[in-house]
Write a new protein. Structure first.
Length: 616
């Protein structure tokens, strides 16, 4: 774009004065010429605050629709606004029997494994009335499933298969209208046919916060990160490690206890394990804080300074790859103090590991932000709603105009299955992506009783094309375990998901059979542990690899860009613990700079990652 500077011929101005003005204008050109990533595209949606939203293709027409709940202009009245995406930035408001709620949440999920999206709604319906409901999607029509959930307000919901039986369970937080001091963290275990069993996760629970499923240690069992108010003046943030027993253990991670807070799992450095971001405030008088905690293995989370990112409370925190470089960017919108605000897009810089100022957005109080590529152009767009000013409720869609489009990843290969003591282990090799480093990819598994089916585990994706029906990471990281399946033959496949939530095609379908000989059998995961010490290290570090059984192992070192810099091992090893050393040099013996590296160990189809930090 050309910029022209025209100066009037003002009497008495000398050439020196013209030169000074020209120089000043040139110095300010970068600010004038800055291109925003996100621009308002649809601005006439119904205004909501204390709201939540979720993107999902409920009608199977290969575009993302928008489900929203929140308060509107009537005090204490909840609203539900369901917008069908008709293409070309046209959204049609649907008439639906689902209840509207404020100060609650909404989520798409496939609760009955028919590969269409059902819906969860909770929050305040009207003065003195709160609810939690699940609605069944039948041919695009939603009806109440009839299960009697306890009502929840000041709530959050996360969806995942916590017991590895293939169906989607609900992690739910919040309290009730008639008891403002008590909060809950419960899992509602999906027992099929829209019946759910409540499982108490931890006491006391929380309200005005968030709990989220995520497998930070890649052991195949979902863990929980949560933050919020556990009673008057008691603000907590915790990480709970999940296990095959169904129990959760607090690992005593050094997370800050914050109020009106948000927490989320993400792999910010694309090294193959989940880190944590957290935002909120210590008190009403204190400035809001933003925290990043990097996972360093062995249940150790280390706080990593992010000096550019302002914290928020009473707003929202969202992540996704906005500029299509493969790494997760941030959107932060909310209160810093009672009278100052943050409304920023932060772009991640993989060269220095920092999020940097990318774009100033519109400040909203009680904001809700959700990301999804609603126009299918390979760029994450944004829905944002909230309170703009007294009586002015905001609800707009922002189109991503980044010059670079994302390309979906390629599917994984080398699919294999193993069955030990009734547990099915599904594994695969890594996919690849032009933007996201291989360590930053997640995976999405489907399992059915018929070819292409999802009757056991729904991927919420089109089995033929891989089109992802929801805008979120996949349901697996390194492997998937399934339990308690009846005898029979099962059909399964897996796709890769990048940080723009785009899915690859599914890998060629494989089968496994329970109760008879399994021709598709491979050994279950063989790497028991992968660690190094010291970590961080300067001159040399020892790497320990433990094998459950003999096998051929390959171990390589990768840098933060996903480039292989050193091969350490490629040989047959017996069962047991094996030691390697790395001197922070590449394959040519050249010293490597300080930074974050990843060791990738593979035996058979199992791949395990571990982060190594080299310092000067």
């Amino acid at each position: 774009m050309k910029t022209y500077l025209n100066f009037p011929k003002t009497p008495g101005w000398s050439a020196g004065k013209y030169f000074f003005v020209l120089l000043l204008a040139l110095l300010t050109l970068p600010a004038w010429g800055q291109t925003d990533y996100l621009v308002v595209d649809v601005g006439d949606l119904f205004g909501l605050w204390y709201s939540e939203s979720d993107w999902g293709d409920y009608d199977g027409d290969i575009d993302l629709d928008l489900l929203m709940v929140g308060y509107g202009p009537t005090t204490g009245q909840g609203y539900l606004k369901f917008y069908r995406n008709d293409g070309n930035s046209t959204f049609t408001l649907l008439d639906t029997p689902m209840l509207g709620t404020g100060n609650g949440t909404c989520r798409f999920a496939d609760f009955d494994n028919d590969n269409d999206l059902d819906a969860l709604i909770c929050g305040q319906v009207a003065s003195g009335v709160d609810t939690t409901r699940v609605y069944i999607n039948t041919g695009g029509v939603f009806t109440d499933c009839g299960f009697n959930f306890p009502p929840r307000v000041s709530s959050s919901a996360s969806i995942g298969d916590y017991d590895n039986d293939g169906d989607q369970d609900i992690l739910l937080t919040g309290g009730t209208i008639d008891d403002v001091s008590t909060g809950y963290i419960q899992i509602f275990r999906n027992d099929g046919s829209f019946n759910f069993t409540p499982i108490e996760v931890v006491t006391p629970g929380i309200r005005n916060g968030v709990a989220e499923f995520g497998d930070y240690n890649s052991d195949g069992w979902l863990d929980i990160a949560y933050t919020g108010s556990a009673g008057s003046g008691n603000y907590v943030s915790r990480i709970l490690r999940g296990s095959s027993t169904g129990n959760f253990v607090d690992i005593n991670a050094p997370l800050a206890g914050l109020r009106y807070s948000k927490i989320s799992w993400l792999d910010y450095d694309c090294d193959g394990d989940l880190d944590v971001i957290l935002s909120g405030s210590y008190s009403n008088e204190a400035e809001s804080q933003f925290k990043l905690y990097r996972y360093d293995g062995s249940d150790v989370f280390t706080e990593v300074a992010q000096p550019n990112v302002l914290g928020e409370r009473q707003g929202d925190l969202a992540w996704g790859d906005i500029n299509n470089d493969g790494y997760a960017d941030l959107i932060v919108n909310g209160l810093i103090t009672t009278s100052t605000y943050v409304e920023k897009l932060y772009i991640f810089n993989p060269q220095n590991g920092l999020w940097e100022d990318g774009q100033t957005l519109t400040y909203l109080k009680y904001a809700a932000v959700s990301l999804g590529d609603y126009n299918n152009n390979g760029k994450l767009d944004m829905s944002v709603s909230g309170l703009y000013a007294s009586g002015n409720y905001w609800n707009k869609l922002y189109n991503n105009v980044c010059a670079v489009a994302n390309t979906p990843p390629t599917p994984p290969d080398a699919l294999g299955s193993g069955i030990v003591n009734g547990v099915v282990y599904l594994s695969w090799s890594t996919g690849s992506d032009a933007e996201t480093p291989f360590g930053g990819l997640t995976y999405n598994v489907r399992v059915g009783t018929t070819p292409g089916g999802s009757q056991i585990l729904s991927a919420m994706a089109d089995p033929a094309t891989g089109w992802r029906k929801v805008a979120r990471p996949g349901n697996a990281r390194a492997e998937y375990q399934l339990r308690d399946l009846p005898d029979g033959t099962y059909y399964w496949s897996v796709q890769a998901i990048d940080n723009a939530f785009a899915g690859s095609a599914f890998a060629p379908e494989h089968t496994f059979t329970i109760g008879v000989d399994n021709s598709d059998f491979v050994a279950p995961p063989n790497i028991a542990s992968l660690r190094n010490f010291p970590n961080p290290f300067r001159a040399e570090t020892r790497i320990e690899l433990e094998l459950k059984a003999p096998g051929r192992v390959r171990a390589d070192i990768y840098n933060i860009k996903g480039q292989k810099v050193r091969s350490l091992l490629d040989s047959d090893l017996p069962a047991g613990v094996h030691g390697l050393t790395w001197d922070a040099c590449d394959s040519g013996g050249n010293p490597l700079p300080a930074g974050i590296y990843t060791i990738r160990a593979q035996t058979g189809t199992q791949i395990k990652y571990h982060k190594i930090i080299h310092i000067n």
